[in-house]
Write a protein of this length. Structure first.
Length: 388
């Protein structure tokens, strides 16, 4: 789960991580009165959306007068911001962060994330702040330093020295500040079940102090049950409406840009199914894993949900029956057909437990349901029928 920058900076402040002074203004607030109450002229106005690349898309602007500030805030609130990460529809702006300006001497990149290979928290730092980490990794990999934090030993002084040296921090005061900030970031990361904490840019002000100029925090969805105060920060307006609807139904769903709906049990099989659809020249419309212990009702919900997407021109249902019974899946499809009008072809591949019974339930039941015998055949049919 992602949160907004202003929410992340509020958490930073609680942990004593230095940020600039700021205010949040939301849709419905009196913009002119708010701006008149401020005691300085120049402010940075930041659109609050769950996407990077805001600066390049006009989502971060410098207002050097109160008139500019009113204009900038008013033009952002209620609009949609389109960046390279949002897609062409963009994301709605319901809040803006109005932040003090900073006298920036240097910019760095700093992040903490979970490294799956080592099972440790990794601290990633680079002297090239303000850039996408992917761009840095591609163009200047030597500029990235990574330190892995052992869960028992914690952050060590020599690791802080390695990072400080890589960033070009030389005086003792900055080293102490960096050690303090990294320790607090690590405490935040572990205590709040984070999957990512990113500061880009992490700056040195002209007075020599280190400050988090930006803040991005992502949390492990599986741990939100024990982080209720964090779960309450979830902004559903920043989520794809289909994905949010799927979450409410308990479906593991990700919307994609293609026209072939996919319903599969098991994440690995789902990925293989999507890869094969691509290999056959098609484009998946979604990732949907109904899980290994699904129910008849959940199959019906998944089926209805996928065919409700107007972009879907065919549906490929690929079920390998282990714990999941194929006849249960077939009955779920039939239950859904009692409630919806099926207008797109559906290709069904059932293998494993009770596959024969499942196929028998679906045979000749509906003119738009086709039974496949192999994965390749099913993918080929889905692609052909989607393009018919």
């Amino acid at each position: 789960m992602n949160i907004h920058e202003y929410q992340a900076k509020a958490i930073f402040s609680r942990f004593g991580i230095p940020v600039l002074g700021s205010h949040v203004i939301q849709s419905g607030d009196d913009v002119e009165s708010f701006c008149e109450s401020l005691d300085r002229q120049a402010w940075v106005v930041k659109a609050q959306v769950h996407a990077g690349g805001r600066g390049k898309a006009g989502g971060i602007v410098l207002a050097e007068s109160k008139q500019d500030l009113v204009s900038s805030i008013s033009s952002m609130l209620g609009s949609r911001l389109v960046t390279k990460q949002t897609g062409e529809d963009g994301l709605p702006i319901h809040a803006v962060l109005v932040e003090e300006t900073a006298q920036v001497s240097r910019e760095f990149y700093l992040a903490l994330l979970v490294d799956r290979e080592t099972g440790k928290v990794a601290i990633i730092a680079s002297a090239e702040g303000g850039m996408d980490i992917e761009q840095i990794a591609q163009q200047m990999p030597e500029k990235i330093i990574t330190q892995f934090i052992h869960p028992a030993a914690g952050l060590q002084p020599n690791q802080v020295r390695e990072i400080a040296y890589a960033l070009g921090l030389e005086n003792k005061r900055q080293f102490q500040q960096l050690q303090d900030i990294l320790s607090k970031l690590l405490k935040l990361f572990v205590s709040h079940d984070c999957s990512l904490v990113e500061i880009n840019p992490f700056i040195v002000e002209r007075n020599g102090n280190l400050v988090a100029l930006d803040a991005k925090i992502s949390f492990d969805d599986s741990a939100l049950y024990r982080q209720q105060d964090i779960a309450d920060l979830h902004d559903v307006t920043q989520e794809n409406s289909y994905e949010e609807g799927a979450r409410e139904l308990g479906l593991n769903y990700i919307k994609l840009n293609g026209n072939i709906g996919c319903i599969v049990n098991g994440a690995g099989l789902a990925m293989a199914t999507m890869d094969l659809v691509k290999h056959q020249g098609g484009e998946p419309a979604n990732f949907l894993d109904i899980g290994g212990g699904t129910t008849q009702e959940k199959v019906a919900q998944a089926f209805k949900f996928v065919i409700s997407d107007g972009n879907v021109k065919s549906v490929f249902i690929n079920i390998f029956g282990g714990i999941v019974r194929c006849d249960l899946t077939a009955q779920g499809i039939l239950d859904a057909l009692q409630e919806v009008r099926l207008q797109v072809p559906v290709i069904v591949l059932l293998q494993g437990t009770n596959a024969t019974e499942g196929r028998r339930l679906l045979e000749d039941h509906h003119k738009n349901i086709c039974l496949a015998t192999t994965l390749v055949e099913g993918a080929q049919q889905a692609v052909t029928l989607a393009n018919a």
